[in-house]
Design a protein. Structure first.
Length: 409
């Protein structure tokens, strides 16, 4: 960029400087509170702030359906807003993270988890000079393909569709944003940018070619970052929910060294904290330590890889965003602890058994009598097949909708 020529020194005999003339060229080129920040300025800001490894809006492969550019929002800002306004995004409020929705208002849902992932990922993206708007768009959309009843619900849909094309929540998330959302008169879906859509496909590389994306590529750094922040957020916050539910105790958790380290550090800082606040402070420390390790380790890998473009990122032999080896092992150990003592708790296993009964009964009922489906769902079945249309309907349901529909049948 060519440096601007500095203005001439003022004439000492000219008296007080009244400021630029409103009609002068200097005034016309100066930012003003009355002038909005334009998309061109936002694009220039990306060039100034992002690393060469980050994905810029100017380099996007675009949308399937051409649209005029917006005056005040970049490409990825528009994607973020479209995702937030989508019906599937709103339904995340009533879909399970771990606990079925009616178990209590305190526990995290898919929506609160999604917001937490987006917040953590934006912080790390800024530190790594990645595109924050693209990172946020990927984070906000990453769970749109989940059905009701959390991972138990996904397991049921996977079994029901095993001989009928299968079910996987990332591939289904792409169906949601490409086909199942109806918000525009001239096309299906949200017409998101290639890079946001690619994040769904590259999360499950075995499906890349089948989903119509390029084979053999690593995800963009922004997508890699969301993957790791997703894991970091749900492990830390499932500890919080596990303790709040009474299914995991703080005494039991002390057997895990990563948790014990942050529990003892929080206790050393504030010796007389009530248990509830002690847990929250320990969770905060757990997240802070994870993000710090993630940023420092990823920055070192990016520097060592000597990347000069997003294309170099996708052609690289390995993923570059991740924890240090030591932190990775400790995070995995805490995740295994939660699996054994929380996710497999009898109370949650009973929830999973109930989810299987409900979704299986609904699937079979609709399949045996398709006229119970809405007119719109029957029309969709004519396009994609009855079983796929039923799967799409079940995956869209919230926990409450599935329970109520099952009761009504």
């Amino acid at each position: 960029m060519t440096p601007m020529t500095p203005p001439p020194d003022p004439d000492p005999n000219a008296g007080p400087n009244p400021g630029p003339n409103p009609g002068s060229a200097a005034h016309a080129c100066s930012p003003s509170a009355s002038e909005p920040v334009t998309r061109a300025e936002l694009d220039a800001r990306e060039d100034a702030l992002l690393g060469p490894w980050a994905m810029r809006c100017s380099g996007s492969r675009g949308r399937e359906h051409e649209e005029p550019k917006h005056a005040y929002r970049t490409t990825y800002m528009r994607d973020r807003d479209r995702i937030i306004h989508a019906s599937a995004f709103r339904r995340l409020e009533y879909k399970t993270q771990v606990f079925v929705n009616h178990e209590g208002d305190y526990y995290r849902t898919r929506l609160t988890h999604t917001m937490e992932v987006a917040q953590v990922a934006r912080t790390a993206a800024r530190a790594l000079r990645l595109n924050e708007d693209l990172t946020e768009s990927i984070a906000l959309s990453h769970d749109l393909g989940h059905g009701p009843f959390g991972h138990k619900g996904e397991d049921v849909l996977k079994d029901l569709m095993a001989e009928r094309g299968g079910f996987e929540h990332n591939a289904h998330g792409l169906r949601v944003v490409d086909l199942l959302e109806h918000r525009y008169p001239r096309w299906r879906g949200l017409n998101l940018c290639y890079e946001v859509r690619e994040a769904f496909a590259l999360h499950s590389p075995k499906d890349t070619a089948a989903l119509g994306f390029r084979k053999g590529l690593k995800p963009l750094l922004e997508a890699q970052l969301v993957d790791v922040c997703d894991s970091l957020a749900y492990v830390a916050h499932d500890v919080d929910d596990g303790v709040a539910s009474g299914l995991v105790t703080t005494e039991e958790l002390l057997s895990n060294d990563l948790w014990r380290e942050h529990w003892e550090a929080a206790q050393a800082q504030e010796a007389e904290l009530p248990d509830g606040l002690q847990v929250l402070m320990s969770v905060k420390r757990l997240i802070d330590a994870g993000v710090t390790d993630l940023v420092e380790s990823s920055r070192a890998r990016i520097a060592a890889a000597d990347l000069d473009s997003p294309e170099a990122v996708q052609a690289h032999a390995h993923r570059l965003i991740g924890f240090s080896d030591a932190m990775h092992r400790r995070q995995r150990a805490l995740s295994r602890y939660l699996y054994e003592h929380f996710y497999c708790h009898p109370r949650l296993m009973r929830m999973g058994a109930r989810a299987r009964r409900i979704l299986t009964a609904l699937f079979e009922a609709y399949r045996s009598e398709p006229r119970m489906l809405s007119t719109r769902d029957r029309a969709w079945a004519d396009e994609v097949g009855l079983e796929r249309a039923i799967c799409d309907r079940l995956a869209a349901m919230t926990d409450r909708q599935a329970v109520e529909e099952h009761a009504s049948l």
